[in-house]
Design a protein around this ligand. Structure first.
Ligand code: ATP
Length: 254
């Protein structure tokens, strides 16, 4: 679990995050949603320890990042996996080499051990057959699956995904969502996903954090998001026709 207490972040005196209190639950897909500029990426970067908050604390299973020394921060980072927007694979490395990269960086495992773990995760994301291919030789959906395999190869306790669906067709996007959801359950990971995708909200929104202008405006799961009368949230989600239809059907008990 990740607990966020009164989190503030300013850049050059401009406050972007304005006192966020929330929790991201272990074993669930936690989604951060909100309009462009609401502060989602800044929030995700704070959670990853890539930028330091101006004020407030972030606790990872009871340990506040700000109280950790450099070595403990490094240890914590080893427990984090990240799926970057656009996958961010190394073009000059094969699929298997991409997935092996964190093992080389963070572990002292022998080559055979690393190879075995790489094969295990590639099998999990159904990509064993393309292990020798390069990113340019596989589809965008496959590239995302490689990015997920790379993010989980080190058995992370926390998994962060920045717009994992961007650039994918709706069907592939749902497959990727479901894969992240399944992996979260199988490994009891605290997963936090920054997304614009309303389909993701409907599919895997187990704990949804809605940010507006750097503040937490609403929090709940997909089953109650339909019924909310929070105006900011409904005007945000109503931009999707599909979501409008689903909400209407839900409210009518269909
Ligand atoms: N390093 C920085 N220095 C100054 N301002 C920043 C920095 N990073 C982000 N901001 C500002 O913080 C605000 C929130 O940005 P952020 O990228 O978190 O929004 P977002 O909700 O992720 O938007 P989007 O959905 O478009 O990615 C923006 O006004 C942005 O210009």
């Amino acid at each position: 679990m990740i607990k966020v207490n009164d989190l503030h972040k300013s850049f050059s005196g401009e406050e972007i995050l304005k006192g966020i209190d929330t929790e991201f639950i272990q074993g669930k897909t936690n989604l951060i949603i909100g309009q462009s500029g609401a502060g989602k990426t800044v929030f995700l970067k704070c959670l990853l320890g890539l930028i330091l908050p101006t004020d407030g604390t972030i606790e990872y299973d009871g340990k506040a990042y700000s109280t950790l020394n450099k070595e403990q921060q490094r240890e914590l980072r080893k427990k984090m996996g990240m799926v970057f927007q656009g996958s961010a694979l190394f073009d000059s490395m094969s699929v298997a080499e991409n997935v092996m990269f964190p093992l080389k960086m963070f572990t002292k495992q022998r080559k055979e051990q690393r190879m075995e773990r790489v094969r295990e995760v590639l099998d999990r994301v159904d990509l064993l057959k393309v292990d020798n291919k390069f990113p340019s030789e596989i589809s965008g959906g496959m590239q995302k699956r490689v990015a997920i395999a790379r993010a989980i190869v080190n058995k992370p306790q926390y998994l962060f995904c920045d717009e994992p669906n961007s650039g994918l067709d709706p069907k592939t996007a749902i497959l990727i969502d479901n894969l992240i959801h399944e992996i979260t359950k199988e490994n009891n990971i605290t997963t936090v996903i920054n997304t614009h995708d309303m389909n993701s909200v409907l599919e895997i929104g187990e704990n949804i954090v809605f940010l507006k202008d750097g503040r937490l405006e609403w929090q709940g799961d997909k089953s109650i998001i339909y019924k909310t009368d929070n105006e900011s949230l409904t005007s945000f989600v109503y931009s999707s026709d599909l979501f409008q239809k689903v909400r209407k059907a839900q409210l009518q008990g269909l």
